[in-house]
Design a protein around this ligand. Structure first.
Ligand code: ADE
Length: 244
């Protein structure tokens, strides 16, 4: 998968050199290219922003600079363009799965009050453009949101996770974990500071372990994410779940 990221702070993306994503880049599974937006600004100050029409606080990113940058990076190709913004559609595990199936993503990181809206309108005529939010809070810019999305997407690519089953058992994964968060996990030793690992996990009985894990996922979802629990489709619950 090819990923292009355009930002005025390319140094934010250092973490993409390490861990799972760094290894995927070394192996060639991921081709990440980070671009400095200011390279397409032509005045001596490399200006990328200006005051908003209609007044108000803050600055808006200029369309000409973004237009040149996106034209140069996309060329004649058709990457799917993602614009991180708190006013976008929610980034979910489902969207991460969908984006993991794309061959080429282009992330356009806004700062300040955002990018002149004509940029998204213009490229929506020839690319698929999504404005995406990673949560209901406001960051100083899109860079951290892109790091979040790239990590969530990257770990779903074939061969990136050591154990492909991990992604299947994840919280929110499509299938039996849809709208559920994962329950607690344990490792050795069997007793730590007097606290025992739930005995069923030591039983070697796969059916009972699977049942316990599902019960715990449901319990945690009810406790920590009541809105998700309320939205669970009764059709996805089995007769054992219904007793909870
Ligand atoms: N930029 C600023 N806040 C953001 C958010 N919550 N999600 C995505 N991009 C952002």
């Amino acid at each position: 998968m090819r990923l292009d990221i355009i930002s005025i702070f390319p140094e934010y993306f250092g973490p993409l050199d390490v861990s799972l994503i760094g290894k995927a880049r070394e192996r060639g599974t991921l081709d990440v290219r980070v671009h400095q937006l200011r390279d397409w600004a032509h005045d001596v100050h490399k200006t990328v922003d200006d005051t908003p029409y209609g007044g108000g606080p803050g600055m808006v990113m200029k369309p000409e600079v973004w237009g040149e940058a996106i034209d140069a990076v996309a060329g004649d190709g058709a990457p799917r363009m993602i614009v991180p913004t708190p006013s976008g559609r929610p980034f979910t595990q489902e969207l991460a799965q969908e984006l993991a199936g794309e061959p080429w993503l282009l992330f356009a990181c806004g700062r300040y009050e955002g990018i002149d809206s004509r940029v998204m309108d213009e490229y929506a005529t020839r690319l698929r453009v999504d404005e995406v939010s990673i949560g209901d809070y406001v960051l100083a810019g899109g860079e951290v949101a892109v790091l979040v999305m790239v990590e969530a997407i990257g770990r779903l690519l074939p061969g990136v996770l050591g154990n492909a089953q991990s992604a299947v058992d994840d919280s929110f994964a499509p299938g039996s974990m849809r709208n559920l968060v994962e329950g607690p996990v344990y490792t050795k030793p069997p007793v730590w500071r007097g606290r025992e690992v739930p005995p069923v996990l030591l039983s070697g009985h796969h059916g009972k372990v699977a049942r316990w894990r599902r019960d715990e996922a449901l319990r945690r979802t009810v406790r920590n994410r009541p809105e998700l629990a309320a939205a669970l489709d009764p059709e996805t619950l089995d007769k054992h779940d219904r007793k909870l």
